[in-house]
Write a protein that binds this ligand. Structure first.
Ligand code: OXD
Ligand code: MN
Length: 618
């Protein structure tokens, strides 16, 4: 620490002497901690060190030894709590500040030179203004603290899909989560070599002050700065910030796509596997679908998980669309996860997992959350750190409490999870939570219509969420919070991609949440969703029938395999019906939404809207 302060003084007072603080910080003999001679990395690191003035800088090398040391230190300092190592080996508990439990969209910015480049669905600020404001907040923010340098890779090693980031953070919790969610360490620096092509990520916990919390993206500089938060979605910068907001920009420029999609492989009884990528807004069961367990009657089928949240898609040499999951872990919502809803997710979290904001079961030092199997523990410590009993009337776990678990531990992880070339996508599925409008499933007429179907995706609010019930929230491709550029350009990019993919996937829309007149779900969901996926894949292979309707191709009731399912024909017919009056209202709501893009709305989208309207009136 003293060495650093001394050198910093020399540098700042004798400006003409070129001293590389980052190099000097790592004394001879500890060379391995430096890990690179890459000048672009070192000069950026110097700059960030001078801004944040940490006492110490530690490179994350990705070793098990270093990981364990960090866990031990975090436990010693109360940042993590070591859980029962017999029942939950390698598992720890963390509690965030009470005011810091979720992504904060109103404090998330896309800073591009022009406001138009960020578009009407993002918060925008001029980059120079924002850098200045944030520099004020970051200045000296790591004084008395350690800066960790995390080289990380999104995507498998040696893959043409993969991209590199380096996150500087003063949080061990962030380091340990990033070590699960991404590929980290020495090997990443070896892949980077002397290239300057990496995303520059800076995070400081500072005071966890919600008034000065910022999650800021500078896509033109491949830079992300985030301050005053310790919550995963805001600070694990490989995830939403890089893999969606920055990567969607990269994909736009470079001709590929970064999407908020799960990727699953569906194996049929003959052992053939076909891959599906699917986008759903939150609270639509994405992780459950990615890890689906087939119902008893369809036991010969198997679902393999490639990803549960993000897909990077590129056109393959064979003219198909191929996908990788850029992440290496799951950052899943704990409440509601049980052996009934998602046994695979639960099994994944049984070791080497960091739990955040769940209930600590003080009877045996394990964890619990609402919706987990069995009786709640008799006593525990809630997510706010207060003594808790089932009678106290408060939730033990925060509704957005999470598990961070290595994907490789998932019992149904795909053998192609690390495949450098990704997996070929047969079908893209969009979904939403709609009480009346959308049928169980329909197929788009073609790519352009499919893009329109994605662009008009929406979900209705449920009683579980604050605010009015049944309010429609438009969330095109489930990307509203994650598209790092003007969404009108994003639609145009989708349309362009369709022209470039010689053999594109077919596009579908599903809705597991249709209600009957008594407000009850008509479709059982969960494992039975496989029945719908089967129709989808059969359509892709030209094996299943469909009828043409105003909104797309729909199966007839007889086309969905309901063997072993207690559902009557009338219900199934209702699930597959299209109410033109409701759809005409839907078109009005779509028009209203698209108005915000003004003249930038691509002609292809406007054309599909007009075509839908005329089919409904025809
Ligand atoms: C997530 C989200 O956490 O989409 O994955 O909000
Ligand atoms: Mn997500």
């Amino acid at each position: 620490m003293k060495l650093y302060i001394l050198l910093y003084t020399i540098q700042s007072t004798v400006g003409c002497i070129q001293i590389n603080v980052a190099q000097l910080l790592v004394p001879e003999g500890k060379e391995k901690r430096k890990m690179t001679k890459n000048q672009a990395v070192l000069s950026w690191l110097d700059e960030m060190i001078q801004l944040t003035t940490p006492d110490e800088v530690i490179w994350i090398d990705g070793s098990e030894e270093q990981r364990q040391k960090l866990y031990d230190e975090a436990c010693a300092e109360g940042e993590l709590y070591k859980l029962n190592q017999e029942k939950l080996p390698g598992c720890y508990l963390h509690r965030t500040a009470e005011n810091d439990v979720a992504r904060v969209e109103d404090r998330t910015f896309i800073c591009t030179r022009t406001k138009e480049d960020a578009g009407p669905t993002n918060n925008w600020e001029d980059p120079q203004v924002m850098y200045k404001k944030l520099e004020g907040l970051f200045r000296g923010s790591m004084k008395g603290r350690t800066m960790y340098v995390i080289p990380y890779m999104m995507g498998p090693y040696g893959s043409p899909f993969s991209k590199i980031g380096i996150e500087l953070t003063d949080s061990r919790y962030v380091v340990l989560n990033m070590m699960i969610m991404t590929r980290t360490g020495k090997k990443v620096m070896e892949e980077l070599g002397d290239s300057a092509d990496f995303v520059r990520c800076l995070h400081a916990k500072k005071d966890i002050d919600p008034e000065n919390r910022y999650i800021v993206h500078f896509p033109e500089d491949n830079t992300i700065w985030t301050i005053n938060s310790g919550y995963g979605g805001n600070v694990l910068l490989g995830k939403k910030c890089f893999a969606l907001r920055i990567a969607s920009n990269m994909g736009h420029k470079e001709g590929w796509m970064a999407e908020h999609m799960l990727i699953l492989g569906l194996e049929n009884p003959q052992g053939e596997i076909k891959y599906i990528a699917a986008a759903f807004p939150s609270a639509c069961g994405k992780t459950n679908l990615a890890m689906l367990i087939p119902p008893e009657a369809l036991k010969g089928y198997k679902v393999w998980t490639v990803g549960d949240d993000i897909a990077w898609l590129r056109i393959g040499k064979d003219g198909r669309l191929w996908a990788v999951n850029p992440e290496s872990g799951f950052f899943g919502v704990a409440p509601g996860t049980s052996t009934k809803t998602n046994p695979n997710a639960l099994a994944t979290t049984m070791k080497n997992t960091i739990f955040t904001n769940v209930l600590l079961n003080t009877e045996d030092d394990t964890v619990w959350w609402e919706g987990l199997d069995g009786e709640p523990p008799k006593k525990g410590i809630d997510w706010k750190g207060r003594p808790w009993t089932p009678e106290c009337g408060e939730k033990g776990a925060h509704p957005n409490s999470r598990f961070t678990a290595p994907a490789a531990q998932c019992p149904c992880i795909s053998s192609e999870f690390e495949a450098a070339g990704g997996v070929p996508i047969s079908a893209i599925v969009f979904g939403g939570r709609r009480a009346k409008t959308a049928p169980l499933v329909y197929e788009a007429f073609d790519w352009q219509h499919g893009v329109f179907v994605g662009a008009t995706m929406a979900s209705e609010t449920t009683a579980a969420a604050a605010g009015a019930v049944g309010v429609v929230r438009r969330d095109p491709m489930a990307m509203i919070p994650f598209c790092g550029y003007n969404m009108a350009d994003y639609f145009a990019h989708w349309l362009e991609m369709g022209k470039k993919i010689p053999n594109p996937p077919k596009i579908f829309h599903v809705n597991w949440f249709r209600l009957d007149e008594n407000g009850k779900f008509m479709w059982p969901g969960f494992g039975d969703n496989l029945r719908v996926l089967n129709w989808i894949l059969d359509r892709c292979e030209g094996k299943a029938k469909a009828q043409e309707t105003a909104i797309g191709y729909l199966p007839e009731a007889a086309d969905i395999n309901v063997e072993g399912l207690a559902i009557d024909k009338t219900t199934l017919e209702q699930l597959l019906s299209v109410d033109k009056t409701v759809w005409k209202e839907e078109v009005e709501s779509q028009k209203e939404f698209f108005k915000k893009f003004g003249d930038k709305l691509p002609a292809g989208i406007a054309e599909e809207l007009a075509k839908l309207e005329s089919r409904l009136n025809g």
